[in-house]
Design a protein around this ligand. Structure first.
Ligand SMILES: C[S@@+](CC[C@H](N)C(=O)[O-])C[C@H]1O[C@@H](n2cnc3c(N)ncnc32)[C@H](O)[C@@H]1O
Length: 268
């Protein structure tokens, strides 16, 4: 994947030279091209911003340098151009998965009071990292780049697979433990030490469902439940009244057992 970043503070991107993203660059899985759009201003003083028409506080980024910087990118594919903006769609794991399918991405980072409105016409999408306002788009672009790049094949080692991550399948990740088996009176659940893979898988799945329902019920995706999840869900409903109240309507998502399914087809 080739990633072009347009910013007037390219030094802010040094975190992309660390850890997993650094390794991805070294392995040639991603290329990062930092472009300072101040280099594309025709003005003598290298101004990239100006006062807003109609008055108002702060300075606005001018269109010419950003348009020129985008037009001068050396592109290999048709890029997806992303404008970092608090007014954009709020970033999610699903958007990271969508971006990870692209070959070439361009991120435009604003600063000061924001952009001249015409700059928006360059973008295929506008992304916000949350309902708050940052001083510039640099940190936001790094958040988006980091979570997108770790989904690219080969970036994470097998041991760090992203498949079970929170949000990857619509649920939070199950709780994790490592050695020692007992720490200050807190014990690792016995099932995890049992070596019984089927029981561990069922425990982990149930723990992920419990966690999602209790911590983030709004992200719970009942349509993503597998048939084997329903017995686990029923146990959780018996265990916790809050889960029972949340889940009772989702039981209608349970697929019919095979025998009843074929019977229904015959009737139809
Ligand atoms: C101070 S903000 C401008 C905010 C603008 N006045 C508004 O109210 O929409 C400067 C720049 O930071 C970036 N930015 C700020 N908050 C952001 C967020 N939550 N997500 C993505 N980018 C953000 C954008 O690139 C924005 O143009």
């Amino acid at each position: 994947m080739r990633i072009h970043i347009l910013s007037i503070f390219p030094e802010m991107f040094s975190p992309l030279n660390e850890s997993i993203i650094k390794k991805a660059r070294e392995k040639g899985l991603i290329e990062i091209d930092l472009v300072n759009f101040r280099d594309y201003t025709a003005s003598k003083h290298k101004n990239v911003d100006d006062y807003p028409y109609g008055g108002g506080a702060g300075m606005v980024l001018k269109p010419e340098p950003i348009f020129a910087a985008v037009r001068n990118l050396s592109l290999k594919a048709q890029p997806k151009i992303v404008l970092m903006s608090p007014q954009g769609a709020v970033f999610s794991q699903e958007t990271a998965q969508e971006l990870a399918r692209e070959e070439e991405l361009v991120f435009i980072c604003g600063h000061y009071e924001g952009f001249d409105e015409r700059i928006r016409t360059l973008a295929d999408m506008e992304i916000s990292i949350g309902d708050y306002v940052l001083t510039g788009g640099e940190l936001a672009a790094m958040v988006v780049i980091d979570s997108t790049v770790r989904l690219l094949p080969g970036v994470l080692g097998e041991a760090e697979s992203s498949e079970d991550d929170s949000f990857a399948a619509g649920f939070l990740e199950y709780p994790q433990y490592t050695r020692p088996p007992e720490f200050e009176g807190m014990e690792v659940p016995a099932v995890l030490l049992s070596g019984d893979h089927a029981r561990v898988a069922a425990w982990s799945r149930q723990a992920a469902l419990r966690r999602t329902l209790l911590k983030r019920p709004e992200i719970f995706r009942p349509e993503r439940l597998a048939a084997a999840d329903f017995p686990l869900l029923r146990e959780l409903m018996a265990e916790d009244e809050r889960i029972r109240q949340l889940s009772v309507r989702w039981l209608s998502f349970e697929p019919l057992p095979r025998s009843k399914r074929s019977r229904r087809l015959e009737l139809e």
